[in-house]
Design a protein around this ligand. Sequence first.
Ligand code: ADP
Ligand code: MG
Length: 584
Amino acid sequence: MATFTQLGLEKNLLQAITDMGFETPSEVQEKTIPILLDRETDIVSLAQTGTGKTAAFGFPMLQKIHIESRTTQGLILSPTRELCLQITKELESYGKHKKGLNVVAIYGGASISDQARQIKKGAQIIVATPGRMKDMIGRGMIDISKIEYCVLDEADEMLNMGFYEDITEILSHSPKDKSTWLFSATMPKDVAKIAKKFMHSPVEITVGSKNVGTENVSHEYYLVNARDRYLALKRLADANPDIFSVVFCRTKRDTQKVAEKLIEDGYNAAALHGDLSQNQRDLVMKSFRTRQIQMLVATDVAARGIDVDDITHVINYQLPDEIETYTHRSGRTGRAGKSGVSMVIVSKSELRKIKSIEKIIQRSFTKKEIPSGMEICETQLFHLANSIKNTEVNQEIEPYLPNINEVLEGFSKEELIKKVFSVEFTRFYNYYKNEKDLNAAAGDPSAGHNPDSVRYFINIGGRDDFNWMSLKDFLKDLLSLGQDDVFRVDVKDSFSFFNTDKKHQDLVLSIFDDFKLDGRNISVEISKDGRKKGGGKSGGKGRKSGRRSGKSFDGGKPNFKGKSRRRGQKPSGKGTGGKRRRRN
Ligand code: ADP
Ligand code: MG
């Protein structure tokens, strides 16, 4: 592995690198920096989010500009204000030992005359969003006729946001013989097009998926009916009590709507999208960084500026229109050496997109089941147990203890535990006790819509190594039925449900009348509550999830690390009872 010195960087930059605590160059830096230092060339450099692309173009640009001149020599175009500011800040710290360096950020939503004034002082490097940049060039406030280097950063995202025309316009004011450096996480058609149009035989560099960003991220999808999307989101949140997540929606409207619903349901959530004022956005980001907000619901564009390191889950509430964008989303978690999960809530019609994404990220997805209400109750209970275990006793409580003890006198430890846990548990239990299974059966186009079908309960499930697909195959082979004759197969841990048309009812019951699998009696009954649970409207007006509202993530609830698994008792419900495995 190379060192920064070996890459050919000058002393003042190496000093800054040491100051910042960077030890070794990242892969994209190692591959890009020597080429850019060595010659004047165009370059296309593809590497995922979080791999250190800013320094890959920032160091060479700082080394190559003439610091004694005040002429603008470098232009960096980037998609959002947040990124603009982030890059500017990074460049300033890389160049902190370069006397006279002036990097100016140009972006919309702030005073144009202030920005013009800063430019007038002489900026060797301008970092800009395309819209404001075009505007200022048009007004004669910025001259880029002498730039030598132009960086198109996050090119895929700029094109996604519709900046193609602006970029074309801006570049028409720049010299033909400059070098263009394009950085992108992905290479969709539009980026290839822009490379072809604006660049001359660029060097191409691709950094494999071997970056911290993706290696630590596992990808999961949850198949639900489109109308159950929101309920599924809530379950995923409830099943992960320590969640600190970004929830991605496709449009500003959905972003706002989902955030509002979450807040109404008592979650620490907020929306982040382009319709908010800059001030509002800054506030939201501040609350997110300090973990006052546990679920940040965001559009792709707004989320680009998020540089928060310990996001535990990325939730794709909807998949992006451009599947390449998925890479950016999942790259928000699994940063800085931590592991993360990227979850996709997907409806049947979008299922094929999962395959396309797998091709792009070169990783496979795990199909997961939305946890049942009772599994969530169990998770929450263990979470609480651990929280109690790990809570540091606050000494200030001493003076109040005698009175508390008096009230609780006479209860045994067992009784106290039951009571304490019930306080918390009942909230979730009441909400979830009648909730339906949200998992959609993938093979079944008529899921839940056939009134002439019969729902059965069968006492085999995930524990017997069945998933919905293998159980469906097993049943249709056994019953000699066709592909679509067994449907709505819901596999639980120790039991499952499935449907057939009413006309097959006698066949099913007679075959399972006396049936053994590996010596074990397999029984099938017509499900009594299956129909009601499976088809009924869920939720119930005004019922809230177990969360208390208005509680800060750090403030109210103790922060517990790690969950332990003990034998769980099933609070209620049909089935075989006994030990249950937790799914998350
Ligand atoms: P990208 O543009 O590829 O998404 P960034 O340039 O924003 O990534 O870098 C991500 C983070 O990694 C930043 O906080 C940056 O300071 C840090 N970083 C960059 N290069 C290194 C390095 N060689 N060693 C340690 N940290 C680095
Ligand atoms: Mg970047």
